[in-house]
Ligand binder design. Structure first.
Ligand SMILES: Nc1ncnc2c1ncn2[C@@H]1O[C@H](COP(=O)(O)OP(=O)(O)O)[C@@H](O)[C@H]1O
Ligand SMILES: [Mg+2]
Length: 261
């Protein structure tokens, strides 16, 4: 496999709190990796390493053979569980803002041709996420599902290669969540994305991913809970969707997740 993202004995700690310990893995371009694990085991930290807002403490995290830059780049977009939009800007303006920040760092706003192009790009993304009818609405007029659609449009406006999703649908009703699953699967295919998605819901992880990672500690020190970090304890390919294997694995992983909670 040609590695697009490569983890090489990656570790991350905050002072004496070891969060991630000795992760080694290769991910090909176009994979959809879902991540599960107990609360506090380092899933969001791992996404922030990929985003470039945090740096590894030791080992390496490579993208296309190069260490991930220590700043957010248009290569990578992120969606959080709850999205903070600018309340005084409408949907379309909120999406355009993503371009304005990147392409017009000093001015803060685009004018003329640049602005026209930005609006066209925004409209393209808004139709891709099903918000074309809501272009001129303000954030407070949007449902939770629509807000997450907006967050996806904004994360994708710079045409990233990697999309990072941190429990993006955790706050939504089950019916809406199903719609969002279809949307994400569609965007993944349409834009040829590599996705890393954290979820609380193991079934969601199995349903959406081509690959599922479980984060957990393999070593525990009862007197010093922060002494050891999590690693990838399961790395399951979901490509074949072998039902019997999948069901057995769900039971096993569920037991493991409950044991640590
Ligand atoms: N910026 C930070 N500074 C210090 N500790 C942090 C920081 N971010 C996360 N942590 C610690 O890292 C651990 C993992 O947190 P997190 O990645 O948010 O877990 P998860 O997303 O799996 O619930 C926690 O112990 C948390 O307190
Ligand atoms: Mg988290």
């Amino acid at each position: 496999m040609t590695a697009f993202i490569q983890l090489d004995r990656l570790s991350k700690h905050y002072r004496d709190n070891v969060v991630l310990e000795n992760l080694s893995c290769k991910v090909a371009e176009g994979e959809f990796v879902t991540l599960v694990g107990a609360s506090g085991c380092g899933k969001s930290t791992f996404l922030r390493l990929l985003l470039g807002t945090e740096s590894v403490s030791s080992g390496q995290l490579l993208m296309a053979g190069k260490p991930i830059e220590q700043e957010p780049s248009p290569d990578r977009g992120i969606v959080f569980q709850r999205y903070s939009v600018f309340p005084h800007l409408n949907v379309r303006e909120n999406v355009v803002l993503g371009i304005e920040f990147v392409e017009s760092k000093w001015l803060g706003r685009l004018f003329g041709k640049g602005r026209k192009e930005a609006l066209e790009k925004a409209d393209e993304l808004l139709s891709a996420v099903g918000l074309e009818q809501a272009r001129y609405k303000y954030p407070h007029e949007l449902s939770g599902g629509m807000q997450q659609r907006l967050a996806l449009a904004q994360a994708l406006i710079k045409k990233p290669k990697v999309l990072l999703l941190d429990e993006p649908f955790g706050a939504l009703d089950p019916g809406i969540r199903k719609e969002m699953h279809d949307l994400v699967m569609g965007l993944w295919r349409q834009y040829g994305l590599t996705i890393f998605m954290v979820t609380h819901d193991l079934k969601e992880g199995f349903h959406l991913g081509t690959r599922l990672w479980v984060f957990d500690k393999v070593r525990h020190d009862p007197h010093a809970p922060n002494r050891f970090g999590s690693t990838i304890t399961y790395d399951l390919s979901l490509q074949s969707k072998d039902k019997a294997l999948t069901i057995a694995a769900i039971d096993e992983i569920n037991a493991q997740l409950q044991a640590v909670e």
